[in-house]
Ligand binder design. Structure first.
Ligand code: AMP
Length: 285
């Protein structure tokens, strides 16, 4: 389905919009994969899905400053652009959009998007402006890339729900597609932030996926349904291995409302610290 063309690297929003106009005049459909770079198999799985469904794949690589808190890792976030461009080329991406922060947020930038309620819970509690930054940059990227379909990983489950809501609420003419979480063989969810972990820390990080898998087994095989008791078992499993537990929560998988009893499709989500690295993971039951 995908055309063979030389990959373009585009830096300016107006230039990207001009190129998209050309594609659209030719009747092409646009599949869009927004990322912050340091691409791994998780990102590549989104590109593969896009390739199945769209003629033109656009990947954006932008470490978005507004979604990082003041004491977070914005400046040290990995930026291996050459390697990322090589991966995109190999994956037959038509265009990589790599804007500079000043081109996305020029001086006197005033407009932000907040998806109420959903942005204040879970990760939003400890990262107060995070989802405002995410929703704003994704809305801007949608206006720049004008995709027919946009692909998001279920690794960032809350982000997926928020973007889907934002796109619906704002009438963006784009289909939001959630793609399965990709893990290492040992269960560790792939993440660009895993690069921060030492060997010993990576070993300890395994407790995260293991504890969620254990919780799924309790629900599926042992008929445990009390969210409180499942959460307490996850916390007990995590405690010896992690430096801090940010949260462990069980919520309705569609609405993210809290669940006392796990009697419908639910997401069990957790955020922990290994050293200074914050890791998230989730499992659907
Ligand atoms: P990021 O570069 O971390 O902002 O992620 C860009 C996109 O890739 C988001 O939609 C993420 O949810 C997705 N992604 C990151 N890690 C994974 C993973 N392990 N499995 C599936 N999707 C992922």
């Amino acid at each position: 389905m995908v055309n063979r063309i030389k990959m373009k690297i585009i830096k300016k929003p107006a230039e990207m919009q001009k190129l998209i106009k050309k594609y659209k005049l030719k009747g092409k459909t646009i599949g869009f994969v927004p990322t912050m770079g340091a691409l791994h198999q998780g990102h590549i799985s989104l590109i593969h899905r896009a390739r199945k469904e769209s003629n033109i794949i656009v990947v954006s690589i932008f470490v978005n400053p507004t979604q990082f808190g003041p004491s977070e890792d914005f400046s040290r976030y990995p930026r291996p652009f050459k390697k990322d461009a090589g991966i995109c080329r190999k994956e037959k991406v038509a265009a990589v959009f790599v804007p500079k922060p000043k081109d996305i947020y020029p001086a006197n930038y005033f407009t932000h998007i907040t998806v109420e309620k959903l942005s204040d819970i879970m990760c939003g509690k400890s990262r107060p402006d995070h989802f405002k930054g995410v929703a704003t940059v994704v809305a801007k990227l949608f206006n720049i890339v004008q995709p027919d379909r946009a692909y998001f990983g279920l690794k960032d489950y809350q982000q997926f729900i928020i973007i889907r809501k934002m796109a619906g609420d704002m009438n963006f003419p784009v289909k939001i597609i959630g793609c399965p979480l990709v893990r290492e063989k040992n269960g560790l969810a792939l993440s660009s932030r895993n690069a921060y972990l030492s060997g010993e820390q990576k070993q300890r990080a395994l407790a995260l996926s293991l504890s969620l898998q254990m919780a799924k087994n309790l629900i599926k095989n042992k008929n445990v349904k009390s969210a409180k008791s499942i959460i307490s078992k996850i916390r007990k499993t995590l405690r010896p291995h992690v430096n801090k537990i940010d949260y462990v929560e069980i919520r309705d998988a569609e609405t993210l409302e809290t669940l006392g009893i796990v009697n419908k499709r639910a997401v069990i989500a957790a955020a922990i610290f290994i050293g200074k690295t914050r890791l998230i993971d989730n499992i659907i039951v």
